[in-house]
Design a protein around this ligand. Sequence first.
Ligand SMILES: *Cc1c(COP(=O)(O)O)cnc(C)c1O
Length: 401
Amino acid sequence: MNPAVTDIYQSLGVARRINAAGTLTRLGGNLMEPEVLQAMVQAATASVDMAELQTAASKVIARVTGAEAGIVTSGAAAGLTLATAACLARWDVARMAALPDTRGMPNEVLMVRTQRNSYDHAIRLAGARIVDIGHNDRGTGAGIRGLEPWEITTAITPQTVAMVFVATAQTVHELPAVLQVVHAHGLPVIVDAAAQLPPRGNLQRFIAAGADLVVFSGGKAIGGPQASGILVGRRDLIGSALLQMMDMDVNPTSWSPSALVDRAALSGVPHHGIGRGFKVGKEEIAGLVCALERFFVRDEVASAQALTARLQAIAAALETQPGITTRLVTGTELAPIPLLEIDAGAGAAALVERLLRGDPPVHVGERLVESGILTINPQTLRCEDDSVLMRCLIESCRSDA
Ligand SMILES: *Cc1c(COP(=O)(O)O)cnc(C)c1O
């Protein structure tokens, strides 16, 4: 346990929680390794040129992802806004200055109806209007057909600036066809892959498939600072995104932009852009880069095995409780994190409540709770918390009476 961390929460009177629900943002995302913390501490103690730091980070991000370039953002959601802003404004300084007001410029972003989600707000924030395409037969169970190329072609107009594709294990097989159709019209595809890690192969997968821009969350599996993410992809679009995020309180005559910025393409020096409110600090950039390099070389098979062994021990302890059965869901290639499902039947919702009211409060995955199942996700569960979790689970099961 890191004593300093406990102390700050204690002194603020904020309860430490056992997080067996995964890298949820509202519970603080992932936990950082000491090496990542150390990188942030070092970064905090010196002045640097932020454009130079982002340019250096881009080299690391490009090497790890296979993309032409990449920047550290203040999260995947911020990355979506910046990606959209890049597609709206490109190198047009007047458009950068106008966003989120997109009157008089093409502003439509296509999305598959079944992929719409809460993070769409980040796309609209840049000033884009989302145009839904396709139908919802699979979502409603009314039919078997998914997205078809003609549905994209029909929706593309002179107002279209990009298509956003939300990558999941269920949608990813549709990406090649989307890329083919959208690229045939000379337009970029933005992939939201915020939570599609591990497997680490996904860092390169969407870029290798031809995506123009991809966002990943830094505070989820990568294990970077909670308020970080990466936006990777085409050099020109990344440069535009960076420019719209950087602080632009500069002297136009002495301004030295990042090497990612095509100075010749700009008709002037932009003001603060739409992304100025999403600034990342030197600490986040340093921490993210460190975490990303560590994530990239981690032995994922060994990590999954270690997590599985811990879940098995928790399962063995729980199986002694009457009325409780467990099921280990081993990871797959596309989703390598193992999970433990606890079948608590009709008492599942009440069990969740008791766990949350306990000391310490325990959070479990609630996605299947209506089917009577609680999920233990070990990603953010510290080893030393396993025994506490077992005690809390057993006590909460017993107080069922
Ligand atoms: C978590 C998530 C985001 C937002 O990521 P942040 O890094 O928290 O901003 C965006 N899209 C999807 C699909 C996500 O799961």
